[in-house]
Design a protein around this ligand. Sequence first.
Ligand code: FAD
Ligand code: DHB
Length: 399
Amino acid sequence: DRTAVAIVGGGPAGLLLSHLLVRQGIDSVVLESRSRERVESRQRAGILEHGTVDVLHEIGADARMNAQGMPHDGFAFHAHGEEIRVDMAALTGRGVMIWAQTEVVRDLIALRLEQGDPLLFDAEVLAVEKVDGPLGHDGEAVVRYAYEGVEHELRADVVVGCDGFHGVARRAIPAEAVRTFERVYPFSWLGILADAPPSSEELVYARHDRGFALLSMRSPSITRAYLQVPNDTDPSSWSHEAIWDELTARTGLADGSFTLGRGPITDVSVTPMRSFVAEPMRSGRLFLAGDAAHIVPPTGAKGLNLAVADVRVLAGALASWRSTGSQELLDAYSDTALRRVWRAEHFSWTMTTMLHRPPDADPFDDRLARSHLQLVASSEAYRTAIAENYRGLDLDGLR
Ligand code: FAD
Ligand code: DHB
Protein backbone atom coordinates (compact mmCIF):
# COMPACT_ATOMS: atom_id res chain seq x y z
CA ASP A 1 0.00 0.00 0.00
CA ARG A 2 1.01 3.57 -0.56
CA THR A 3 -0.04 6.95 0.81
CA ALA A 4 1.28 10.50 0.86
CA VAL A 5 1.68 10.74 4.65
CA ALA A 6 1.97 7.70 6.93
CA ILE A 7 0.96 8.72 10.46
CA VAL A 8 2.27 6.51 13.26
CA GLY A 9 0.01 6.78 16.32
CA GLY A 10 -3.64 7.75 16.72
CA GLY A 11 -3.45 9.97 19.80
CA PRO A 12 -4.34 13.66 19.62
CA ALA A 13 -1.33 14.55 17.44
CA GLY A 14 -1.83 11.83 14.81
CA LEU A 15 -5.60 12.15 14.60
CA LEU A 16 -5.56 15.92 14.35
CA LEU A 17 -2.82 15.86 11.71
CA SER A 18 -4.93 13.51 9.59
CA HIS A 19 -7.83 15.99 9.71
CA LEU A 20 -5.68 19.01 8.88
CA LEU A 21 -4.26 17.10 5.88
CA VAL A 22 -7.74 16.14 4.61
CA ARG A 23 -8.54 19.83 4.49
CA GLN A 24 -5.51 20.34 2.24
CA GLY A 25 -6.45 17.42 0.00
CA ILE A 26 -3.50 15.33 1.24
CA ASP A 27 -4.02 11.58 1.75
CA SER A 28 -2.83 9.90 4.91
CA VAL A 29 -3.13 6.61 6.76
CA VAL A 30 -3.23 6.54 10.59
CA LEU A 31 -1.85 3.40 12.26
CA GLU A 32 -2.70 3.01 15.96
CA SER A 33 -1.43 0.08 18.00
CA ARG A 34 -4.20 0.09 20.62
CA SER A 35 -7.93 -0.58 20.36
CA ARG A 36 -10.42 2.24 19.84
CA GLU A 37 -11.85 1.64 23.34
CA ARG A 38 -8.41 1.91 24.92
CA VAL A 39 -7.49 5.10 23.08
CA GLU A 40 -10.83 6.71 23.99
CA SER A 41 -10.61 5.89 27.69
CA ARG A 42 -7.06 6.90 28.65
CA GLN A 43 -7.39 9.65 31.30
CA ARG A 44 -4.95 12.42 30.52
CA ALA A 45 -4.96 16.18 29.99
CA GLY A 46 -7.85 18.57 30.56
CA ILE A 47 -6.83 22.13 29.62
CA LEU A 48 -7.07 23.49 26.09
CA GLU A 49 -5.40 26.71 25.03
CA HIS A 50 -7.22 29.12 22.75
CA GLY A 51 -5.14 28.00 19.75
CA THR A 52 -6.12 24.38 20.41
CA VAL A 53 -9.80 25.34 20.63
CA ASP A 54 -9.41 27.21 17.29
CA VAL A 55 -8.00 24.15 15.52
CA LEU A 56 -10.87 21.96 16.72
CA HIS A 57 -13.24 24.60 15.38
CA GLU A 58 -11.40 24.75 12.02
CA ILE A 59 -11.76 21.04 11.39
CA GLY A 60 -15.37 20.89 12.62
CA ALA A 61 -14.72 18.82 15.75
CA ASP A 62 -15.97 21.40 18.23
CA ALA A 63 -19.73 20.85 18.58
CA ARG A 64 -19.63 18.87 21.85
CA MET A 65 -16.82 21.06 23.22
CA ASN A 66 -18.87 24.21 22.58
CA ALA A 67 -21.87 22.67 24.36
CA GLN A 68 -20.14 20.94 27.27
CA GLY A 69 -16.63 22.41 27.62
CA MET A 70 -16.07 24.83 30.49
CA PRO A 71 -14.36 28.14 29.62
CA HIS A 72 -12.24 29.37 32.55
CA ASP A 73 -11.03 32.95 33.00
CA GLY A 74 -8.59 32.21 35.81
CA PHE A 75 -7.20 29.76 38.33
CA ALA A 76 -5.89 29.93 41.90
CA PHE A 77 -2.75 28.99 43.76
CA HIS A 78 -3.18 27.86 47.35
CA ALA A 79 0.26 28.70 48.70
CA HIS A 80 0.76 27.27 52.19
CA GLY A 81 -2.82 28.15 53.05
CA GLU A 82 -2.99 31.54 51.29
CA GLU A 83 -5.03 32.00 48.11
CA ILE A 84 -3.57 33.83 45.09
CA ARG A 85 -5.93 34.20 42.14
CA VAL A 86 -4.53 34.51 38.61
CA ASP A 87 -7.14 36.30 36.54
CA MET A 88 -5.98 35.27 33.08
CA ALA A 89 -8.77 37.05 31.24
CA ALA A 90 -8.19 40.37 33.03
CA LEU A 91 -4.40 40.15 32.77
CA THR A 92 -4.11 38.85 29.20
CA GLY A 93 -7.54 39.15 27.57
CA ARG A 94 -7.95 35.41 27.23
CA GLY A 95 -8.66 32.27 29.24
CA VAL A 96 -8.59 28.51 28.63
CA MET A 97 -11.13 25.74 28.00
CA ILE A 98 -11.60 22.74 30.27
CA TRP A 99 -12.39 19.87 27.90
CA ALA A 100 -10.86 16.47 28.46
CA GLN A 101 -8.38 14.86 26.08
CA THR A 102 -10.59 11.74 26.12
CA GLU A 103 -13.44 13.80 24.66
CA VAL A 104 -11.19 15.49 22.07
CA VAL A 105 -9.95 12.09 20.93
CA ARG A 106 -13.47 10.61 20.79
CA ASP A 107 -14.61 13.40 18.47
CA LEU A 108 -11.50 13.19 16.25
CA ILE A 109 -11.96 9.42 15.84
CA ALA A 110 -15.69 9.69 15.11
CA LEU A 111 -15.08 12.36 12.48
CA ARG A 112 -12.31 10.38 10.77
CA LEU A 113 -14.41 7.20 10.61
CA GLU A 114 -17.41 9.20 9.38
CA GLN A 115 -15.30 10.62 6.56
CA GLY A 116 -14.18 7.10 5.67
CA ASP A 117 -10.46 7.86 5.57
CA PRO A 118 -8.00 5.18 6.72
CA LEU A 119 -7.54 4.85 10.50
CA LEU A 120 -6.53 1.38 11.69
CA PHE A 121 -6.75 0.34 15.34
CA ASP A 122 -4.83 -2.65 16.71
CA ALA A 123 -2.23 -1.91 14.02
CA GLU A 124 1.17 -1.90 15.70
CA VAL A 125 4.00 -0.24 13.83
CA LEU A 126 7.09 -2.44 14.15
CA ALA A 127 9.61 -0.27 12.31
CA VAL A 128 10.00 2.86 10.23
CA GLU A 129 12.57 2.40 7.46
CA LYS A 130 14.20 4.19 4.51
CA VAL A 131 13.76 7.63 5.97
CA ASP A 132 17.17 8.82 4.75
CA GLY A 133 17.32 11.04 1.74
CA PRO A 134 15.36 13.82 0.12
CA LEU A 135 11.62 14.22 -0.16
CA GLY A 136 9.85 13.84 -3.43
CA HIS A 137 10.14 11.49 -6.37
CA ASP A 138 13.56 10.17 -5.45
CA GLY A 139 12.33 7.77 -2.86
CA GLU A 140 9.85 6.74 -0.28
CA ALA A 141 9.85 5.67 3.33
CA VAL A 142 8.53 2.30 4.51
CA VAL A 143 6.42 1.64 7.60
CA ARG A 144 6.15 -2.00 8.71
CA TYR A 145 3.18 -2.88 10.87
CA ALA A 146 1.32 -5.88 12.25
CA TYR A 147 -2.43 -6.05 11.64
CA GLU A 148 -4.74 -9.01 12.21
CA GLY A 149 -1.79 -11.30 12.73
CA VAL A 150 -0.11 -10.41 9.43
CA GLU A 151 2.84 -8.10 8.75
CA HIS A 152 2.12 -5.30 6.27
CA GLU A 153 4.15 -2.62 4.54
CA LEU A 154 2.99 0.95 3.95
CA ARG A 155 5.06 3.16 1.64
CA ALA A 156 4.83 6.95 1.90
CA ASP A 157 6.45 10.22 0.81
CA VAL A 158 6.63 11.26 4.42
CA VAL A 159 6.25 9.49 7.78
CA VAL A 160 5.10 11.44 10.83
CA GLY A 161 5.88 9.86 14.20
CA CYS A 162 2.97 10.76 16.51
CA ASP A 163 3.45 7.63 18.60
CA GLY A 164 4.20 9.17 21.99
CA PHE A 165 7.26 8.95 24.20
CA HIS A 166 7.52 5.13 24.07
CA GLY A 167 6.88 4.88 20.33
CA VAL A 168 9.10 3.40 17.62
CA ALA A 169 9.37 6.30 15.15
CA ARG A 170 12.02 8.25 17.08
CA ARG A 171 14.22 5.15 17.10
CA ALA A 172 14.43 5.27 13.28
CA ILE A 173 16.67 8.34 13.62
CA PRO A 174 20.34 7.35 13.88
CA ALA A 175 21.72 8.12 17.36
CA GLU A 176 24.34 10.49 15.97
CA ALA A 177 21.67 12.55 14.20
CA VAL A 178 19.64 13.40 17.29
CA ARG A 179 20.42 15.16 20.55
CA THR A 180 18.23 14.52 23.57
CA PHE A 181 17.69 16.56 26.74
CA GLU A 182 16.09 14.97 29.75
CA ARG A 183 15.13 15.51 33.38
CA VAL A 184 13.35 12.96 35.54
CA TYR A 185 11.68 14.32 38.68
CA PRO A 186 11.82 12.62 42.10
CA PHE A 187 8.01 12.52 42.41
CA SER A 188 4.91 11.37 40.51
CA TRP A 189 1.23 12.33 40.34
CA LEU A 190 -1.53 10.18 41.73
CA GLY A 191 -4.64 11.18 39.72
CA ILE A 192 -8.26 10.50 40.59
CA LEU A 193 -11.66 10.89 38.98
CA ALA A 194 -14.53 11.23 41.44
CA ASP A 195 -18.31 11.57 41.31
CA ALA A 196 -18.16 14.82 43.25
CA PRO A 197 -19.05 18.34 42.11
CA PRO A 198 -15.94 20.56 41.86
CA SER A 199 -15.35 22.37 45.16
CA SER A 200 -14.32 25.60 43.49
CA GLU A 201 -15.34 27.19 40.21
CA GLU A 202 -11.72 27.38 39.05
CA LEU A 203 -8.69 25.09 39.20
CA VAL A 204 -6.59 25.11 42.37
CA TYR A 205 -2.82 24.50 42.25
CA ALA A 206 -1.68 23.98 45.85
CA ARG A 207 1.77 23.95 47.45
CA HIS A 208 1.95 22.69 51.00
CA ASP A 209 4.78 21.36 53.15
CA ARG A 210 3.16 17.95 52.56
CA GLY A 211 3.57 18.40 48.78
CA PHE A 212 1.66 19.48 45.68
CA ALA A 213 -2.05 19.01 44.99
CA LEU A 214 -4.24 20.03 42.03
CA LEU A 215 -8.02 20.28 41.94
CA SER A 216 -9.51 20.16 38.46
CA MET A 217 -12.80 19.01 36.96
CA ARG A 218 -14.38 17.19 34.08
CA SER A 219 -17.97 18.44 34.39
CA PRO A 220 -20.22 20.15 36.94
CA SER A 221 -20.54 16.76 38.67
CA ILE A 222 -17.06 15.21 38.22
CA THR A 223 -13.88 16.21 40.04
CA ARG A 224 -10.40 15.43 38.68
CA ALA A 225 -7.62 15.81 41.25
CA TYR A 226 -3.93 15.03 41.62
CA LEU A 227 -1.52 14.52 44.53
CA GLN A 228 2.27 14.58 44.50
CA VAL A 229 3.40 11.08 45.58
CA PRO A 230 6.79 9.31 45.68
CA ASN A 231 7.98 7.63 42.47
CA ASP A 232 6.88 4.00 42.06
CA THR A 233 3.82 4.52 44.25
CA ASP A 234 1.33 1.66 43.90
CA PRO A 235 -2.08 3.35 43.37
CA SER A 236 -3.77 0.63 45.40
CA SER A 237 -1.62 1.55 48.42
CA TRP A 238 -3.81 4.66 48.90
CA SER A 239 -7.28 4.15 50.41
CA HIS A 240 -9.93 6.47 49.00
CA GLU A 241 -10.33 8.07 52.41
CA ALA A 242 -6.59 8.73 52.65
CA ILE A 243 -6.65 10.39 49.20
CA TRP A 244 -9.45 12.77 50.24
CA ASP A 245 -7.75 13.47 53.60
CA GLU A 246 -4.49 14.34 51.84
CA LEU A 247 -6.18 16.52 49.20
CA THR A 248 -8.01 18.32 52.04
CA ALA A 249 -4.82 18.89 54.02
CA ARG A 250 -2.86 20.26 51.06
CA THR A 251 -5.56 22.51 49.56
CA GLY A 252 -7.01 24.01 52.76
CA LEU A 253 -6.83 27.77 53.41
CA ALA A 254 -5.59 29.21 56.70
CA ASP A 255 -8.76 31.28 57.18
CA GLY A 256 -10.90 28.16 56.86
CA SER A 257 -12.77 29.56 53.83
CA PHE A 258 -12.18 26.54 51.57
CA THR A 259 -14.02 23.23 51.96
CA LEU A 260 -13.28 20.24 49.77
CA GLY A 261 -16.35 18.14 49.01
CA ARG A 262 -15.98 14.37 48.64
CA GLY A 263 -17.59 11.65 46.56
CA PRO A 264 -16.96 8.11 45.27
CA ILE A 265 -13.59 7.76 43.51
CA THR A 266 -14.02 5.95 40.17
CA ASP A 267 -10.44 5.87 38.83
CA VAL A 268 -6.95 6.06 40.37
CA SER A 269 -3.66 6.10 38.43
CA VAL A 270 -0.04 7.18 38.90
CA THR A 271 1.96 9.17 36.31
CA PRO A 272 5.71 9.77 36.46
CA MET A 273 7.03 13.27 35.73
CA ARG A 274 9.60 13.90 33.05
CA SER A 275 11.02 16.65 30.84
CA PHE A 276 12.40 15.45 27.50
CA VAL A 277 13.27 17.02 24.12
CA ALA A 278 14.68 15.37 21.00
CA GLU A 279 16.37 17.73 18.53
CA PRO A 280 15.87 18.06 15.65
CA MET A 281 12.28 16.90 15.24
CA ARG A 282 13.07 15.60 11.77
CA SER A 283 15.36 13.21 9.95
CA GLY A 284 15.00 13.02 6.14
CA ARG A 285 11.48 11.81 5.36
CA LEU A 286 10.57 11.33 9.03
CA PHE A 287 9.01 14.08 11.14
CA LEU A 288 8.23 13.80 14.86
CA ALA A 289 5.28 15.53 16.56
CA GLY A 290 3.86 15.66 20.09
CA ASP A 291 5.07 13.37 22.86
CA ALA A 292 7.17 11.38 20.36
CA ALA A 293 9.51 14.40 20.28
CA HIS A 294 9.05 16.01 23.71
CA ILE A 295 7.56 15.51 27.17
CA VAL A 296 6.73 18.11 29.81
CA PRO A 297 5.71 17.50 33.41
CA PRO A 298 1.92 18.09 33.49
CA THR A 299 1.99 20.99 35.99
CA GLY A 300 1.81 23.61 33.23
CA ALA A 301 -0.95 21.78 31.29
CA LYS A 302 1.09 22.01 28.09
CA GLY A 303 1.52 18.43 26.73
CA LEU A 304 -1.63 18.21 24.66
CA ASN A 305 -1.41 21.83 23.51
CA LEU A 306 2.16 21.35 22.27
CA ALA A 307 1.13 18.26 20.31
CA VAL A 308 -1.61 20.27 18.62
CA ALA A 309 0.73 23.19 17.87
CA ASP A 310 3.29 20.82 16.29
CA VAL A 311 0.86 19.25 13.85
CA ARG A 312 -0.63 22.58 12.96
CA VAL A 313 2.80 23.85 11.88
CA LEU A 314 3.61 20.58 10.12
CA ALA A 315 0.30 20.41 8.24
CA GLY A 316 0.86 23.96 6.98
CA ALA A 317 4.37 23.07 5.85
CA LEU A 318 3.25 19.89 4.07
CA ALA A 319 0.47 21.81 2.33
CA SER A 320 2.92 24.47 1.20
CA TRP A 321 5.30 21.82 -0.18
CA ARG A 322 2.45 20.15 -1.99
CA SER A 323 1.05 23.31 -3.56
CA THR A 324 4.26 25.21 -4.36
CA GLY A 325 6.95 22.51 -4.44
CA SER A 326 8.97 24.55 -1.95
CA GLN A 327 10.38 22.70 1.06
CA GLU A 328 11.24 25.88 2.92
CA LEU A 329 8.56 25.49 5.60
CA LEU A 330 9.27 21.78 6.01
CA ASP A 331 12.95 22.61 6.46
CA ALA A 332 11.97 25.17 9.10
CA TYR A 333 9.52 22.82 10.90
CA SER A 334 11.85 21.62 13.63
CA ASP A 335 13.19 25.08 14.51
CA THR A 336 9.70 26.59 14.43
CA ALA A 337 8.23 23.89 16.67
CA LEU A 338 11.21 23.84 19.06
CA ARG A 339 10.80 27.54 19.91
CA ARG A 340 7.39 26.77 21.38
CA VAL A 341 8.58 23.47 22.86
CA TRP A 342 11.36 25.11 24.86
CA ARG A 343 9.04 27.87 26.08
CA ALA A 344 6.70 25.15 27.37
CA GLU A 345 9.62 23.18 28.81
CA HIS A 346 10.73 26.21 30.79
CA PHE A 347 7.22 27.14 31.96
CA SER A 348 6.41 23.54 32.97
CA TRP A 349 9.70 23.22 34.85
CA THR A 350 9.07 26.54 36.61
CA MET A 351 5.55 25.59 37.71
CA THR A 352 6.75 22.15 38.77
CA THR A 353 9.66 23.36 40.90
CA MET A 354 7.62 26.19 42.40
CA LEU A 355 4.77 23.92 43.50
CA HIS A 356 6.30 20.55 44.43
CA ARG A 357 8.35 19.62 47.46
CA PRO A 358 11.08 17.15 46.48
CA PRO A 359 11.62 14.32 48.99
CA ASP A 360 15.14 15.60 49.68
CA ALA A 361 14.09 19.27 50.02
CA ASP A 362 16.25 21.21 52.44
CA PRO A 363 15.36 24.51 54.15
CA PHE A 364 17.04 26.46 51.33
CA ASP A 365 14.70 24.86 48.75
CA ASP A 366 11.70 25.61 50.96
CA ARG A 367 12.63 29.27 51.39
CA LEU A 368 13.10 29.68 47.62
CA ALA A 369 9.69 28.13 46.89
CA ARG A 370 8.02 30.37 49.47
CA SER A 371 9.71 33.45 48.04
CA HIS A 372 8.71 32.43 44.51
CA LEU A 373 5.04 32.23 45.57
CA GLN A 374 5.35 35.57 47.41
CA LEU A 375 6.47 37.07 44.10
CA VAL A 376 3.37 35.63 42.42
CA ALA A 377 1.17 37.11 45.16
CA SER A 378 2.76 40.56 45.14
CA SER A 379 3.59 41.24 41.49
CA GLU A 380 0.91 41.74 38.87
CA ALA A 381 3.64 41.76 36.22
CA TYR A 382 4.76 38.31 37.33
CA ARG A 383 1.19 36.97 37.44
CA THR A 384 0.71 38.34 33.93
CA ALA A 385 3.75 36.41 32.69
CA ILE A 386 2.40 33.23 34.30
CA ALA A 387 -1.04 33.84 32.81
CA GLU A 388 0.39 34.43 29.33
CA ASN A 389 2.35 31.20 29.43
CA TYR A 390 -0.55 29.22 30.89
CA ARG A 391 -3.17 30.32 28.39
CA GLY A 392 -0.63 30.04 25.55
CA LEU A 393 1.67 32.57 23.94
CA ASP A 394 1.53 33.88 20.41
CA LEU A 395 4.88 32.87 18.98
CA ASP A 396 5.75 34.12 15.48
CA GLY A 397 2.13 34.56 14.61
CA LEU A 398 1.38 31.00 15.70
CA ARG A 399 -1.15 30.69 18.45
P1 FAD B 1 -0.09 10.14 22.80
O1 FAD B 1 -1.36 10.66 23.34
O2 FAD B 1 0.83 9.39 23.68
O3 FAD B 1 -0.47 9.23 21.56
C1 FAD B 1 0.45 8.37 20.95
C2 FAD B 1 -0.32 7.24 20.30
O4 FAD B 1 0.57 6.41 19.57
C3 FAD B 1 -1.02 6.37 21.32
O5 FAD B 1 -2.38 6.23 20.98
C4 FAD B 1 -0.26 5.06 21.26
O6 FAD B 1 -1.08 3.94 21.53
C5 FAD B 1 0.23 5.08 19.82
N1 FAD B 1 1.42 4.25 19.58
C6 FAD B 1 2.51 4.12 20.35
N2 FAD B 1 3.39 3.27 19.81
C7 FAD B 1 2.85 2.87 18.63
C8 FAD B 1 3.27 1.99 17.60
N3 FAD B 1 4.44 1.33 17.68
N4 FAD B 1 2.46 1.80 16.52
C9 FAD B 1 1.27 2.44 16.44
N5 FAD B 1 0.82 3.29 17.39
C10 FAD B 1 1.59 3.50 18.47
N6 FAD B 1 -0.81 16.42 29.88
C11 FAD B 1 -1.40 17.39 30.56
O7 FAD B 1 -1.37 18.53 30.09
N7 FAD B 1 -2.06 17.13 31.74
C12 FAD B 1 -2.14 15.86 32.26
O8 FAD B 1 -2.75 15.63 33.31
C13 FAD B 1 -1.53 14.82 31.57
N8 FAD B 1 -1.56 13.56 32.06
C14 FAD B 1 -0.92 12.57 31.35
C15 FAD B 1 -0.93 11.27 31.83
C16 FAD B 1 -0.27 10.24 31.15
C17 FAD B 1 -0.28 8.82 31.70
C18 FAD B 1 0.44 10.55 29.96
C19 FAD B 1 1.19 9.46 29.21
C20 FAD B 1 0.43 11.85 29.48
C21 FAD B 1 -0.25 12.87 30.16
N9 FAD B 1 -0.27 14.19 29.69
C22 FAD B 1 -0.86 15.16 30.37
C23 FAD B 1 0.35 14.58 28.44
C24 FAD B 1 -0.63 14.59 27.27
O9 FAD B 1 -1.66 13.65 27.50
C25 FAD B 1 0.17 14.27 26.05
O10 FAD B 1 1.07 15.33 25.86
C26 FAD B 1 -0.65 14.03 24.79
O11 FAD B 1 -1.35 12.83 24.90
C27 FAD B 1 0.27 14.01 23.57
O12 FAD B 1 -0.42 13.52 22.46
P2 FAD B 1 0.35 12.65 21.39
O13 FAD B 1 -0.67 12.36 20.34
O14 FAD B 1 1.62 13.29 21.01
O15 FAD B 1 0.78 11.32 22.16
C1 DHB C 1 -5.45 18.90 34.41
C2 DHB C 1 -4.21 18.38 34.25
C3 DHB C 1 -3.12 19.19 34.38
O1 DHB C 1 -1.89 18.69 34.22
C4 DHB C 1 -3.25 20.54 34.68
O2 DHB C 1 -2.14 21.31 34.82
C5 DHB C 1 -4.50 21.05 34.83
C6 DHB C 1 -5.62 20.23 34.70
C7 DHB C 1 -6.63 18.03 34.29
O3 DHB C 1 -6.45 16.82 34.04
O4 DHB C 1 -7.75 18.50 34.40
